[in-house]
Design a protein around this ligand. Structure first.
Ligand code: PLP
Length: 371
């Protein structure tokens, strides 16, 4: 079994290869091994200081340096200019951003694109603050595509979800208008090159492509900071956090540090351009198998397929038991789909090596040959 994958490997590497667990979890998810190793050293002894990263003051020189570098590097990786954008590491996850965006910027009416569960949650929170106009929705098709949409008037802001983690769709074309564009990039931040200057506010929970759960990256255009609703409480207020260089209160120090290690890894790898190439190769490999293998069917329509989360089902549930025992044998874990789609979801974030995807494809094709 899996002959193609291992044909060029010697026996020792083969043993290690098969001991490796191939983790396709949607989040919290894999990070590069070297990031985990460096993070574990810092927990025991940060920078040979004799102290753990977890016991030093967030106001110490050592941690302020970490925070400053993490904020700068996040902008650098997205090719955004620090004169025009501010980067913040906040808490409360992307879910807090659903309401924080509205708290700060909803005056009367905002526009939304409804592309799945996370968009719906953002819409629900925004409705607490004002009117919501849904410009497009793919709900009737169980969110298997990105709906067409256009904007015929101005709004306080337009909100979209660039990658729909649960349904496996991804937006390729972002609207241009005079309305500020806010984007939840929780599951595809730093995975592909976009013109990030088209966005006025980007946010992402760290726990997929960035770092451990606990921090939420927010990147906001400085010009927006002048336009914040007056009654916004301090912890909810982007300007308060920006004025305090993301240190208004104690930041999630571990998550920020590990995110920094991961961003350094990404930069060393060649940045977003290089990682996008890898991500597309992995996604092409898996989608090709889904398309040629008669046992499987993809959920998302071809043109809107996500390169991060591929969703697919078995055409016949009679093969479920065999498939799942083969996955187990190959040490492939966390492939179950979300209950809203069923079947399987392969999350192939930046740190996933192509060999893990090759192995999954081998298992799928082996299943076909057994039937
Ligand atoms: C696209 C997207 N937005 C928002 C969230 C919610 O993130 P959090 O758990 O950080 O609030 C998730 C979580 O999976 C997600 O995938």
């Amino acid at each position: 079994m899996f002959n193609n994958v291992i044909s060029n490997l010697n026996i020792e590497i083969c043993i290690l290869y098969f001991m490796k667990i191939h983790n396709f979890c949607a989040g919290p998810s894999i990070l590069p091994k070297e990031v985990f190793e460096d993070a574990s050293i810092a927990v025991k002894d940060y920078n040979n200081s004799g102290l753990s990263l977890l016991e030093i003051s967030h106001r110490s020189h050592a941690f302020v340096e970490i925070m400053d570098e993490a904020r700068d590097l996040s902008l650098e990786l997205l090719s955004l200019d620090g004169q025009n954008y501010t980067s913040l590491f906040l808490q409360g996850g992307a879910s807090t951003q659903f309401l924080m965006t509205a708290y700060n910027f909803m005056k009367n009416e905002a526009a939304f694109l409804n592309t799945g569960t996370w968009s719906e949650k953002a819409i629900k929170e925004a409705r607490l603050f004002g009117n919501v106009d849904i410009l497009g929705s793919s709900k009737d098709d169980n969110f298997n595509h990105i709906p067409d949409y256009k904007m015929s008037k101005e709004y306080d802001y337009f909100h979209c979800t660039s990658n729909n983690t649960i349904f496996g769709t991804q937006i390729n074309n972002f609207i241009k208008s005079n309305t500020p564009v806010f984007c939840d990039m929780s599951s595809d931040i730093f995975s592909r090159k976009l013109d990030f200057s088209k966005f006025d506010l980007i946010y992402a929970g760290a726990q997929k492509n960035l770092g451990p759960a606990g921090a939420t990256l927010v990147i906001i255009k400085n010009s927006l900071l002048k336009n914040i609703n007056e009654n916004t409480p301090s912890m909810m207020n982007y300007k308060v956090h920006a004025d305090k260089s993301s240190m208004f209160n104690t930041p999630p120090v571990f998550s920020v540090y590990v995110s920094l290690l991961n961003m350094r890894w990404l930069k060393k790898m060649g940045g977003i351009t290089k990682i996008e190439e890898n991500n597309r190769k992995k996604a092409d490999l898996l989608y090709s198998e889904i398309d040629i293998n008669p046992l499987f069917k993809g959920h998302a329509i071809e043109k809107d397929r996500s390169i991060m989360n591929a969703t697919f089902t078995l055409n016949n549930d009679d093969f479920k038991e065999s498939f799942e025992s083969m996955l187990k044998e190959a040490n492939i874990v966390a492939l179950s789909g979300h209950r809203s789609v069923g079947g399987y979801r392969a999350s192939m974030y930046n740190a996933m090596e192509i060999d893990s995807v090759k192995l999954l494809v081998e298992v799928m094709s082996e299943l076909e040959s057994k039937i």
